[in-house]
Design a protein around this ligand. Structure first.
Ligand SMILES: [Zn+2]
Length: 305
């Protein structure tokens, strides 16, 4: 006898599985058997994605077969390291050390604005409409985050990245002084609370499928430190999203500088002899709503080191 999807419910904590006999016996009633099972000690079922349970009667006893799907750990694409800095105006900055990509959050902000206005037009008599709008907005955010993480992983695969380092979320909620960020003039964007936690777990899942490790590191000092020379000074972050180092005269995009510092936490790579111009000139990949994907934007160079 096979039980698929809705036909079984597993309770891994108590080693029990509920097998449904079906719902068509009587109206509004379902009938089931609750089975306790024993496992070999080296098997942890909670790690497995159970597709099907089969009950097999053999030698006068019932045995349960759990049919699972598990992918074989794939080989990592290489041993390079990428760093990711999460933020608000740029949802993510990605540094490969020598090359960088920014992912602006315009699409998310436009949605916040659009749905915020739509909702404001609904009075209480139209609460269904409000729910519908909330659901729609959540769907679009989720789609954005899935698309972004998929895109980042594919950029990493292309460059032979085996480890992605991402800044921990504490840094998103607090700025350097431990105070909350000002989230801008478009109302309460409320992006930080849920979106970044979710983004990190989606990214981890998609990276793992390609054999890439995701490591979370503290963002402490990553926005204050010059990624070119390592000088740390809280006063160096300047206007228009640029970081200027008074020690070595490096000009960097502030988010790229952060992403590179995060990357260095796992792979310290001195770059004394290398040009640092890439720090100031990230590629910009924008979300194209019609295409449903990210695509490079023509580069706008607004600073030169
Ligand atoms: Zn410097």
């Amino acid at each position: 006898m096979s039980f698929k999807a809705a036909g079984f419910k597993q309770d891994a904590q108590f080693n029990r599985v509920r097998l449904s006999k079906g719902r068509n016996l009587k109206e509004h009633r379902s009938d089931f058997v609750l089975c306790e099972y024993e496992l070999r000690p080296d098997v942890d079922l909670s790690e497995w994605d159970i597709q099907q349970v089969r009950a097999v009667h053999k030698y006068d006893e019932w045995r349960l077969h759990f049919i699972c799907r598990k992918s074989i750990d794939p080989e990592p694409p290489g041993d390079e390291t990428a760093g990711i800095d999460l933020g608000i105006s740029n949802v993510a900055a990605l540094s490969f050390g020598g090359e960088s990509i920014l992912f602006p959050g315009n699409a998310l902000k436009e949605d916040e604005y659009y749905f915020g206005r739509k909702k404001a037009k609904c009075d209480d008599s139209r609460s269904n409409e409000r729910l519908r709008l909330d659901r729609k907005r959540t769907e679009r955010r989720t789609h954005f985050l899935h698309t972004l993480s998929k895109h980042i992983v594919s950029e990493c695969v292309e460059r032979g990245v085996g480890t992605i380092v991402i800044g921990d979320l504490g840094g998103i909620r607090d700025d350097n002084n431990g105070e909350s960020h000002n989230w801008g003039n478009h109302g309460n964007l409320d992006l930080h609370g849920w979106a970044f936690d979710r983004f990190t777990s989606i990214l981890e899942y998609k990276a793992e499928a390609e054999g890439i490790d995701l490591t979370v590191e503290s963002e402490r000092d990553t926005s204050k430190t010059c990624s070119a020379c390592g000088t740390k000074d809280g006063n160096q972050r300047v206007e228009r999203g640029l970081y200027v180092c008074e020690e070595c005269d490096t000009v960097a995009n502030a988010d790229v500088n952060g992403a590179e510092n995060i990357r260095r936490k796992v792979t310290p790579s001195p770059s004394e002899d290398r040009s640092n111009s890439w720090l100031a000139q990230p590629a910009v990949h924008l979300f194209d709503r019609n295409e449903g994907r990210f695509a490079p934007r023509e580069q706008v160079v607004d600073c030169k080191p």
